[in-house]
Write a protein that binds this ligand. Structure first.
Ligand code: PLP
Length: 362
């Protein structure tokens, strides 16, 4: 089976670097909140063109604790999209705030004109998702954000390295990342980070991730435990210099798919001035289920990101949404299919995927 991702191959590619980073931490005897994390926070914030990086336990907490740090909670509304990974919305509800969904454009990304319509006096944040590694229209959202004095919190969990006009995501001031193993920059366990230029936000996040302690045994606020540990930080530091190379490898494979398949399925559209990070390569077709089945029969992996929009999930039924509320997101959920894409995918494997898509659709 050709997998849709393969973390073993990535480890093999840089095994000796990773192994020596792990040994370095084991030898140091210091495993939580140490030098590796401080360096990685600086290095990744710098990569993103931001002043501060705050390492956290996972991407969910990057979103959740950012909301808490901005004092967003019960009674507040956070605008986001229904076609995202569950944690985007779980993070909003964990803060006590209410998710408010808006529909997306045909490219699967938030539709800024729908955001404008959804703003109320209770709106306290807009949470766009750079889904699949593509970059949302942050310029239009910035206008709405300034007009209504509502911050933008970019969910960058799938978009490490993606950029718009030379600005790596986040394009605005707050970006939340996951380093879950399968992400474009992935730890060997759970990890996450917020990057920002906002000093007070960064200070508050540092308190929140460590029980609210300002110094040992002194609790300034009520907090949580969500720290990016030294082993994961050292591993991520080792991988960071490869990120741009891996992204180019992903983009090269995406270009091959697009040239080879755009006559028979809808392929992702490359936007002017934007570099899509292709965390996922997602095609669209009305024969999605038959294609998925046909690929499976031909030993080619594929997946659906995501099959059930969040407003139709059991957990969020109390929000009162119904089928038909977000026609674009709902239609996309019936048509999308993710094909194998990762930097180590071999040419002959990709050719097999392409031939299989074509023959399955014939
Ligand atoms: C869009 C999106 N947001 C948030 C997350 C949450 O990240 P994590 O799994 O590190 O909690 C993920 C990853 O699963 C994601 O894909």
């Amino acid at each position: 089976m050709i997998p849709i991702g393969d973390l073993k191959r990535q480890y093999q590619q840089i095994k000796s670097d990773i192994d020596s980073a792990i040994s370095r931490v084991l030898d140091s005897g210091w495993y939580v909140l140490g030098k590796e994390l401080s360096f990685f926070e600086l290095e990744f914030a710098n990569y993103c063109g931001k002043k501060y990086g705050i390492g956290l336990g996972n991407g969910f907490d990057a979103l959740h604790l950012t909301l808490r740090a901005l004092n967003i909670g019960p009674g507040d509304e956070v605008i986001t999209v229904p076609n995202t990974a569950i944690p985007t919305v779980a993070a909003i509800t964990a803060s006590g705030a209410t998710p408010v969904f808006v529909d997306v454009r045909e490219d699967s990304l938030i539709d800024p004109s729908k955001v404008e319509d959804a703003i109320t006096e209770n709106t306290k944040a807009i949470m766009p998702v750079h889904l699949y590694g593509d970059v949302c229209d942050i310029n239009s959202l910035n206008v709405i954000s300034k007009m209504h004095d509502v911050p933008i919190i970019e969910d960058c969990a799938q978009a490490h390295g993606a950029f718009y006009k030379e600005q790596t995501v986040p394009i605005s001031n707050i970006g939340c990342f996951s380093f879950y193993p399968s992400k474009n920059l992935g730890a060997l366990g759970d990890a996450g980070m917020v990057v920002t230029n906002n000093k007070s936000l960064s200070e508050k996040l540092k308190l929140l991730r460590h029980y609210g302690q300002s110094d040992k045994y002194h609790a300034k606020i009520s907090g949580f435990n969500s720290r990016l540990d030294e082993l994961q930080a050292a591993i991520l530091r080792t991988e960071l210099p490869y990120l741009d190379f891996w992204m180019r490898e992903r983009r090269a494979r995406a270009a091959v798919y697009t040239t080879s398949l755009s006559d028979i399925v809808d392929t992702p559209i490359e936007k002017l001035d934007t570099a899509h990070a292709y965390h996922l390569y997602v095609i669209q077709t009305d024969q999605r289920d038959e294609l998925k089945e046909g690929l499976n029969e031909r030993n080619v992996g594929s997946d659906i990101h995501y099959p059930i929009p969040l407003h139709l999930q059991e957990a969020y039924s109390h929000l009162g949404y119904h089928e038909g509320d977000f026609p674009v997101a709902e239609r996309l959920s019936q048509r999308i299919l993710s094909l194998p894409i990762f930097p180590q995918l071999e040419d002959k494997e990709q050719m097999k995927v392409i031939e299989s898509v074509r023959s399955a659709l014939e």
